[in-house]
Each structure stands twice: as structure tokens, then as C-alpha cells.
Design a protein around this ligand. Structure first.
Ligand code: BYC
Length: 481
């Protein structure tokens, strides 16, 4: 078969020749009913019979890989798609640098590889679970469609990891695949594996922040795994990144549209001080200080997803050739890192300082730094909207020591500016920096669904362009009641 095109003749669409890999096909077909049960229980609440204008991957050719059409979500063709194999690919880093990439799991790294694949897999259904109630309060059909697009693709990313588990990890892999359907976001007994994936996504501002900040952790982690010497993992992640770009677009433009609408409403009403929270809220839009608080929350939760700044797990995965750096092949160094150092932010005598650490153990910190740089780009766009509207207010990323539960700063408190504070001050001032229950109530009060064609909730601007270049009055979701 042609690797570029996806075979839709089997129950599970794929470009990995499943029709000739009976054992794996059987295992995946056996897993399928449990997945559909999970989707029905934990996928989007309502709208399952609605026709949604979704894109489905039909090829892995970057020049044209998706087609758009109306689909009922349970009928979405979740498929197994790997980017084409690069000829003569070598392991691009670590102790086995320069050797041919592995097409099978190297025995000595089996447990580590399985764990990373399981963690990656676990985040995908978790995010669908976190977002399952949002459809009921969507600000427009356009946004509703984008939510569902993100959800079905996260479902596909789960399939991608389950394929790797079932094809390459035998019985353990099948057991892990079942566990991925058993854990639940926020469940007291059986939570999802990483912290941020057990938090609530209660409203659409959180959804946009999540897709901007947390999906961007996904981008960084997928890039690192795309460097893997285990070629099937690399190829899987490379294709996942194609879809991931849209998720971050949803986040970036979502926040832009909220900021835009707030600025327009403030201007129209003659509000000169954007920090006049009550005055701005009276206009039925979300004030910029509250947007900043949500940003503080989601950014800090997402920083935790990089693990500890200094990590032997990270060093081992790199040495083994399993997980590389962001854009590893474009970095000009020895790709072994045995003798180099990297500056890590640490707490030294009560002060936040950069300290040189062996580069190998500092890989989580390095990836997190790359992430922070990537986050800053969208911030520039949001701030431009604010300054063009004539307001002196700047959205900023909080200091890395702020509100952390993992790593160097987990036991201290710091302000968003990075000033260390004691417990009592933190308790007294926390609601200045993180969304309070009052803030949550206010945002919730705005979350009334708008389902008219071409209509938008009054707290968010329409997008500049439609999905698939559709006009403003396009019916992105034909809601079945
Ligand atoms: N929560 O050495 P350490 C995405 C554990 S998002 C709970 O500091 P390490 C997506 C850690 O497991 C991307 N536990 O860190 C986005 C370890 O436990 P064990 C998902 C945590 O291992 C939106 C211990 O603490 N993909 O795709 O170097 C929507 C010490 O760990 C956390 C990946 O993350 C935490 N936050 O790095 C949908 C890639 N952090 O082993 C999807 C795969 C650490 O001692 N995962 N721990 O029991 C990894 O590369 C690494 O596991 C991590 C942690 C980067 C997560």
C-alpha cells in the first residue's frame, strides 16, 4: 500500500498495512468497543447525533492531508497514521548516536519506552474528559465545531499510542491500553497520570487557555518524542504534530478574540482604566485582570508538566536515545551532552538563581525554556490588540516559581513577579493572582450557549476567517435535538 494514503477498507483506517498484520488488527478491533463505550460515557456531553463539519486525515502528505465534511462524532474514522519512514534514519542523540534507528523496541529500554508512551497516551483521553461539558455553553457554532475537532483528534492521538502499545509491547501493551480507558480525569481512586490533566476546564476561557498552554506542552513533548531512536514512535509523533497545530490555533485565536471584544466594549463605553474590574464586567465582557489570572493558572499548571528541572529520568531517556531535545537535529553540538552544562533556575539560600547543572540532567528545564519562548509569541499578539485599542495593560507570563506543584519551587510560594512570600501572605493574596470562586462565577454567568448560525456570544469577537474558508454564516454544526 502507499504509505501516503490511508486504507479505509479495514474497520480501523490506517497507513500501517493492518490488513496484513492480523494479530495487531485483531487486538485493535478488540479494543475498539471499549473505546466507543468510553467515548459515549466520557466524550462530549450531548451533540453525539449532531452533524459536525470536521476534518479527517486521509493522507499523511503535508501538501494535503485532510478533508472536511459533516460527520456524526461517533462515526468519526479514528485511524492509525504514521508519517512516512525516512530512509536510513539514524538515532539522532544519546549513547547510540549515529546508529540506525530501531524498528523494534530495544529490550533494555522497553520499560522506559512503554512508560513514556503510556504517559503520552493518558493525556489524550484526559483532555476530552476535561472538556466534555463545554459543548453546552459554546459561544458559537464555529467554536462548538472547533471543540469537537480538538476532541476527536485527541481521541485519534489515543489510538496512535494504543497502536504502539499493542503492536510493540505484547501482553503488557494490551493491559496498558485497557488501563488508558479505565482511568478518569479528576477521579479520586483512578486519576489521570499528570497533574494538569486532573484539573477542571469549567468554562471557555479555560478551554482557550488550555489549548494555548497545555496543548503547547503537548507540542514540545511530541517534538522531543518525534526525535526518538524508536522509529515508529518518531513517525507517530511527527504526524500528531500536524493536527496539534490547529489545537493551539484554537487557543491563540480564542484568547485574541476575547481580548479583542473586551477592548472594543471598553472603548465603546468610554472605560479608560482596564483594571476597573466591576466597570468592565458590567459591560458583559471579561476584564483583562481576570484574563491574566486565568493565564497565570494555566501557564503554571502547564510548567508542572515538564517534570523536575533536574531529572535523572530525563537524562536516562536521552542517553538511551528514547526522548530527545526540541529540534534536536538542528542543534549544533555533540548530541551526547556528556560534558556540557545548562543553567537551571534553583532556590539558593532563599533566592531564585541560575545554577549550571550537567546538561544531561537539565533536559526538562531546557525543554521548559523552549516552551516558555514559544508561549511568548502568542502573548505578543494579544498585547498588540490591547495597545492598538489604546490601553496600557500588558498580559505577562508569571515567574516560573509562581504556583508550582512539581520541581524546585513546589515547597515555596512566590508572587507572579517571582518575589518569595510566606504562607500567610500567599493565603491572603492568592486571589489577586489566581481565579477566585467569584471570578469563576462571573465567567460562568457569561457562558450561555449561542447556537444561531453566524451568531456569537457578546463576550467574544467572531474569527477573522472561517474554518476551511467557510463564510461567516456557515452552519458548522447541525444540532440534532
Ligand atoms: N504530574 O524526573 P521527573 C499532551 C512524576 S501533553 C504527576 O521530575 P520526568 C496533551 C514522574 O512521572 C504532553 N507526576 O520528571 C496536551 C516521575 O514519576 P516516577 C504529554 C509527575 O520523568 C493537551 C516523578 O514525578 N506527554 O500531549 O523526567 C491535550 C519524577 O519525575 C509530573 C508527555 O508528558 C506531573 N506533572 O518527566 C492533550 C511525554 N511530572 O517515574 C494532550 C511523556 C513528573 O518516579 N512524559 N511527575 O513514578 C515524559 O516525558 C515525562 O514523563 C514527564 C516527566 C515530562 C511528564
Amino acid at each position: 500500500m502507499n504509505i501516503m494514503n490511508v486504507d479505509y477498507s479495514t474497520k480501523i483506517p490506517n497507513n500501517v498495512n493492518l490488513s496484513e498484520d492480523r494479530q495487531v488488527l485483531k487486538a485493535l478491533e478488540g479494543w475498539h468497543p471499549g473505546y466507543i463505550d468510553w467515548w459515549n460515557d466520557m466524550g462530549p456531553d450531548g451533540f453525539q447525533q449532531s452533524l459536525v463539519y470536521l476534518r479527517t486525515a486521509y493522507s499523511v502528505d503535508p501538501r494535503g492531508w485532510a478533508k472536511f465534511d459533516y460527520v456524526r462524532m461517533p462515526d468519526y474514522r479514528w485511524g492509525i497514521l504514521l508519517a512516512p519512514q525516512e530512509e536510513n534514519r539514524v538515532i539522532p542523540f544519546g549513547e547510540n548516536y549515529g546508529e540506525p534507528a530501531w524498528q523494534e523496541v530495544p529490550g533494555e529500554h522497553r520499560a522506559m519506552l512503554r512508560r513514556l508512551i503510556v504517559i503520552q497516551g493518558d493525556t489524550e483521553p484526559a483532555s476530552v474528559e476535561q472538556q466534555r461539558h463545554l459543548g453546552k455553553t459554546a459561544p458559537s457554532l464555529y467554536d462548538l465545531r472547533n471543540l469537537f475537532q480538538v476532541n476527536v483528534e485527541e481521541g485519534r492521538h489515543l489510538w496512535a499510542m494504543v497502536y504502539l502499545l499493542q503492536k510493540y509491547f505484547g501482553r503488557d501493551g494490551r493491559e496498558e491500553a485497557d488501563e488508558l480507558l479505565r482511568r478518569r480525569s479528576g477521579d479520586a481512586d483512578s486519576p489521570r497520570m499528570l497533574g494538569a490533566f486532573n484539573e477542571a476546564t469549567p468554562d471557555w476561557l479555560s478551554f482557550f487557555m488550555f489549548t494555548y498552554f497545555t496543548d503547547r506542552d503537548g507540542k514540545m513533548q511530541l517534538h522531543s518524542l518525534a526525535q526518538s531512536g524508536f522509529d515508529p514512535l518518531s513517525r507517530t509523533c511527527r504526524f500528531m504534530l500536524t493536527e496539534e497545530a490547529h489545537h493551539m490555533f484554537v487557543g491563540e485565536t480564542g484568547i485574541s478574540r476575547v481580548v479583542q471584544r473586551t477592548c472594543e466594549a471598553m472603548k465603546a463605553a468610554g472605560v479608560s482604566d482596564p483594571s476597573d474590574v466591576a466597570g468592565v464586567r458590567a459591560l458583559g465582557v471579561i476584564d483583562l485582570p481576570t484574563i491574566q489570572k486565568k493565564l497565570n493558572l494555566h501557564y503554571s499548571l502547564s510548567l508542572d508538566l515538564f517534570g523536575s528541572e533536574v531529572s535523572t529520568n530525563g537524562a536516562n531517556a536521552y542517553n538511551a536515545g528514547i526522548k530527545g531535545r526540541y529540534r534536536e537535529t538542528q542543534i549544533d553540538d555533540d548530541h551526547r551532552l556528556q560534558n556540557s552544562t545548562y543553567p537551571v533556575l534553583k532556590l539558593v539560600n532563599g533566592e531564585i538563581k541560575r545554577v549550571d547543572e550537567p546538561a544531561l540532567t537539565a533536559l526538562n528545564m531546557r525543554l521548559r525554556d523552549d516552551y516558555t519562548q514559544d508561549c511568548a509569541k502568542g502573548m505578543l499578539r494579544w498585547n498588540k490588540i490591547i495597545s492598538l485599542a489604546g490601553y496600557h495593560f500588558k498580559l505577562t507570563l508569571p515567574n516560573v516559581a509562581f504556583h508550582r506543584q512539581i520541581g524546585e519551587f513546589k515547597d515555596i510560594h512566590a508572587t507572579p513577579d517571582g518575589v518569595l512570600i510566606d504562607d500567610a501572605t500567599w493565603k491572603a493574596r492568592k486571589s489577586e493572582w489566581l481565579p477566585s470562586s467569584d471570578d469563576g462565577d462571573f465567567i460562568s454567568s457569561l457562558m450561555t450557549p449561542v447556537t444561531g448560525i453566524g451568531e456569537f456570544a457578546p463576550w467574544i469577537s467572531p474569527p477573522k476567517v472561517g474554518i476551511d474558508n467557510k463564510p461567516g454564516d456557515f452552519e458548522y454544526v447541525k444540532i440534532e435535538t
